[in-house]
Design a protein around this ligand. Structure first.
Ligand SMILES: Nc1ncnc2c1ncn2[C@@H]1O[C@H](COP(=O)(O)OP(=O)(O)O)[C@@H](O)[C@H]1O
Ligand SMILES: [Mg+2]
Ligand SMILES: [Zn+2]
Length: 368
């Protein structure tokens, strides 16, 4: 069975979610036949870099685009012609994907230089997709630079990286640069819903939201998690997902945060003990709490931040966070956040993970 993330790779620029600005520019270039010779795609994993690179390879070579002006003006590949299909199936000789993480040396780039000089075997354009480009060695970058300085007319380079800062300026200045963004949680949820419907999977809505939240903006991670979770059992529930991702759901974190915010020490400790009994990872819980209070405190200080958090949180989580941020007292809760951060670093090396967290809570919640 084809992995979900491969089966649902967008086939059109228009299907690429969350990268509207990039899509608009690329489509326009496609319509005007103004594709660049070198692109640099940067951004977090699972946001569409490889997908966009393959779309460019198809757009540059699509037969239907070349033959039908009406279709050409859509700025999209047809996905039906022999070349589009060869590229989709990964058997196009003129689309060369290189994983720089395992081919990082000068020899590999020399081979590449050699290949760049040769004309394409059967396509109009030879497209070189260099993934994890930041892993190339210094000499390899230099060799690549020579190629980018005078690329033959038939060559298109697409460098993809999760670490933009590690790409030498000489390389990036010769490329069209696009920064891919993390996906908003709602975009992730919506795509997961479509996949669930198409695959007739059984999974409840809250579980889906938890998967989307755990993916932290990476659609590939969300799709892989969905794959992993639905292959395990029938009718997936929130509890099952929480167990698998080893993460306390944001709602549970929020519940605990709510008790802390009302300074109810006995109830807070009681709930913590229960969470511990249920086998949740307390180090992760503390990390979640830190994120939670960081957001609540920021929101209290600047209500405009709601627009940022909207991208990362489900509607329910955002509502809860907003209510809690109203209870924030900066004099009390900034020190609490500091204690939690200290507890987090202590508990990672402690054989009693719960103790540093309990102490942090007691220190902050006892009436002074
Ligand atoms: N922006 C996006 N829109 C829709 N699906 C996406 C997007 N980004 C990633 N995906 C999904 O995740 C999979 C992996 O994406 P990919 O383009 O390989 O990510 P990257 O190269 O940025 O790590 C795709 O096959 C697709 O299913
Ligand atoms: Mg990739
Ligand atoms: Zn085509």
């Amino acid at each position: 069975m084809l992995a979900i993330y491969r089966k649902y790779r967008p086939k059109l620029l228009g299907d690429l979610l969350g990268q509207e600005d990039i899509v608009a520019v690329l489509k326009n270039a496609a319509k005007k036949n103004k594709l660049a010779h070198a692109y640099l795609f940067s951004g977090p994993r699972g946001t569409g870099k490889t997908t966009a690179a393959r779309l460019i390879a198809k757009i540059a070579n699509c037969i239907t685009r070349a033959e039908k002006p009406a279709f050409h003006s859509t700025g999209e590949p047809c996905n039906k012609c022999a070349r589009c299909q060869a590229i989709d199936q990964g058997r196009a000789l003129d689309v060369i994907e290189i994983d720089a993480a395992s081919n990082r040396g000068i020899d590999e780039i020399r081979d590449l230089q050699e290949s760049v000089r040769l004309s394409p075997t059967s396509f109009p354009y030879k497209v070189f997709i260099i993934d994890e480009a930041h892993m190339l060695t210094g000499p390899a970058f230099n060799a690549l630079l020579k190629t980018l300085e005078e690329p033959p007319a038939h060559a298109i380079f697409i460098l993809a990286t999760t670490e933009y800062e590690k790409i030498p300026a000489t390389i990036s200045s010769r490329s069209q640069k696009y920064r891919f963004r993390k996906l908003a949680i709602n975009d992730i949820i919506n795509k997961l819903k479509k996949i669930v419907a198409a695959e007739k999977l059984k999974i409840d809505g809250d579980a889906l939201e938890l998967i989307a939240a755990a993916a932290e903006g990476s659609l590939r991670d969300a799709e892989s998690l969905l794959d992993q979770i639905t292959s395990l059992e029938e009718g997936v529930t929130v509890e099952a997902v929480e167990k698998i991702i080893g993460k306390t759901g944001a709602l549970l974190t929020g519940q605990l945060a709510g008790l802390i915010l009302t300074s109810d020490l006995p109830k807070t400790l009681d709930t913590l003990a229960k969470i511990n009994d249920q086998g949740y990872n307390l180090v992760d819980l503390t990390k979640e709490l830190i994120h939670y209070f960081r957001r609540a405190i920021s929101l209290k200080s600047d209500p405009e931040l709601e627009n940022v958090f909207k991208r990362e949180l489900t509607t329910k989580e955002l509502e809860q966070l907003k209510k809690h941020s109203e209870l924030i007292d900066l004099h009390k809760h900034v020190p609490l956040l500091r204690s939690l951060i200290r507890a987090y670093s202590e508990m990672r090396y402690s054989p009693f993970a719960i103790v540093p967290l309990e102490i942090a809570l007691i220190e902050n919640l006892v009436k002074k």
